[in-house]
Structure formats: structure tokens, C-alpha cells
Design a protein around this ligand. Structure first.
Ligand SMILES: C[S@@+](CC[C@H](N)C(=O)[O-])C[C@H]1O[C@@H](n2cnc3c(N)ncnc32)[C@H](O)[C@@H]1O
Length: 249
């Protein structure tokens, strides 16, 4: 069996990582660079995260390591066979594993769910391909089915990468400044406020005076007002979900 690729070698230094993630996919190469770069790569190298990507084909038997077959009942496309997935889960699943199948018909990936996943110890992510995976896999092996949006991708590898990225941001130590999380969109059902940096005037466009005033109270009030206004205008659905207390903020 080929070795999975590790974002960092599984040495003693990272055995205590806050979260271990195993991703099972037919296309490990699709996420390699993504997981190695920037904040995620740094967190993995620091031992905060342990990321392993496996090729499902490594658990497929036979000379041709076939992973898919035609759907019973006919119809378009191919379906991932149960045997390699069951074999992989037998090797990768542990006592603290939460097994997730990335699926367009799963529960939507939203901030409360992201935070819940960030508190897990081990995520085992299964990426589907073709028409999806044999239903017996979904019934027997999967704890949660999660969708990253109301559209259909060619396979679940990028969806898994999106989930990993979103979850990783909520693990202490991954972001340099944890405070930035509380200012993010979707914290408290509101969108974020506009950000500016130097220069204070660029091509005739000026930064709002309040941000240059040094008055921290006024800046905070302006930001809250902007968050509320943008939410009302851009996401009326979120605005409606806000409680009266939240709307006062
Ligand atoms: C072409 S899709 C299969 C779509 C399936 N026939 C359906 O209509 O629900 C192939 C794989 O991509 C992944 N996928 C596609 N869209 C996704 C989404 N929005 N969220 C999460 N995973 C998705 C799933 O793993 C799925 O098994």
C-alpha cells in the first residue's frame, strides 16, 4: 500500500495535536498544495493539526484496483464501491473518530457546525466521486453528511479542503490573532464591517473620518452599525434570524 502523504511527518512532537484529520479521496494531489501552504501548512508543521491525505485506491483489491461500478437499476454514471471504503475505515477509524461524508445533500456547513467540528479529536473525511458512494457506506460508516453549498461539484475533495480550512481557523493557535475570529462574518448572525488600510486617501477615495479619529468607542459603534446595515442589505435572511438583542448591538 502506498503511504498517505502527511502534511508533516508523524513524529512524536505532533502526537498531541489538537485535531487529527484523515482525508480519504481518489485525488490526493488536488489538495496537497492547498494543505501545505499558508496558515494551514504552518499549523500542521507546528503540530497543532495533523493532516493526512490517503488515496482510496490503496484499499481497492485486484490487479486494477477498481473503486467504482455501475449503479443497480441503471442510469448515468458510476458509484463508489463499498469494499475499499469499508477496508479503509477499518484501518483509519479509532475510538474518537467522527466520520464525515462530503455530500451535496448533507447538512449545510455553517459557523455553528464548523465550531462543533473544531472541538472533535479526529475527523475522518470521505470524498465521493462520480454519482456518489454506495448507500451502505452512508448507512453504516458515516456519522455526519455535510454539504458546502447548494451546488454539485465533480468530487468531494475540494469540499473536504473547504471544511478543513474553516474548522482549522477555530483551533486555538492556528490563527495568529484569535480576536479576529469574533469580527468575522457569521459570528452572531452578522456580516463583517468594511476594512481600510493606508493610505488614508487613494485616488480621491477617503477612509471614513471615524477610523482616523482615535476614538475607540466611536470606531466600535461605527463597525457595529456597518455590520447591521450590511447584513440587512446583503443577507436579509440572516437579519431576520437575529434576535431583538442582537439587532440592538
Ligand atoms: C457529482 S457529485 C454526486 C452528486 C450526487 N449524484 C447528487 O446529486 O447528490 C460527486 C461527489 O462530489 C461531492 N460533492 C459534490 N458537491 C458537493 C457539495 N456541494 N458539498 C459537499 N460535497 C459535494 C460528494 O462527495 C459527491 O459524492
Amino acid at each position: 500500500m502506498a503511504q498517505p502523504f502527511f502534511i508533516q511527518p508523524p513524529t512524536a512532537t505532533n502526537r498531541s495535536s489538537a485535531l487529527k484529520i484523515d482525508l480519504l479521496t481518489l485525488f490526493p494531489g488536488m489538495v496537497r498544495g492547498f494543505l501545505e501552504e499558508s496558515i494551514l501548512g504552518r499549523a500542521a508543521r507546528a503540530g497543532i493539526l495533523e493532516l493526512r491525505v490517503h488515496n482510496l485506491r490503496d484499499w481497492a483489491g485486484g490487479k486494477h484496483q477498481v473503486t467504482d461500478d455501475r449503479p443497480f437499476g441503471g442510469g448515468a454514471g458510476m458509484v463508489l464501491k463499498p469494499e475499499p471504503v469499508f477496508a479503509a475505515f477499518e484501518d483509519l477509524r479509532g475510538a474518537e473518530t467522527s466520520a464525515i461524508y462530503l455530500a451535496p445533500d448533507g447538512e449545510p456547513l455553517k459557523t455553528p457546525l464548523v465550531k462543533e467540528l473544531a472541538r472533535e479529536k479526529h475527523l475522518l473525511l470521505l470524498s465521493g466521486h462520480y454519482e456518489g458512494v454506495d448507500q451502505r457506506v452512508r448507512d453504516c460508516l458515516i456519522d455526519r453528511e455535510i454539504s458546502i453549498g447548494d451546488y454539485v461539484l465533480t468530487n468531494g475533495t475540494l469540499a473536504a479542503a473547504v471544511l478543513v480550512d474553516a474548522v482549522a481557523r477555530h483551533i486555538p493557535g492556528v490563527l495568529g490573532e484569535e480576536k479576529s475570529l469574533t469580527q468575522d462574518s457569521y459570528e452572531g448572525n452578522v456580516l463583517s464591517f468594511p476594512q481600510y488600510t493606508r493610505p488614508a486617501e487613494f485616488r480621491g477615495m477617503k477612509v471614513p473620518d471615524v477610523l482616523l479619529s482615535g476614538d475607540h468607542g466611536a470606531i466600535e459603534r461605527w463597525r457595529q452599525e456597518m455590520r447591521a446595515r450590511r447584513t440587512r442589505e446583503i443577507r436579509p435572511d440572516l437579519h431576520k434570524e437575529r434576535t431583538n438583542d442582537e439587532r440592538d448591538c
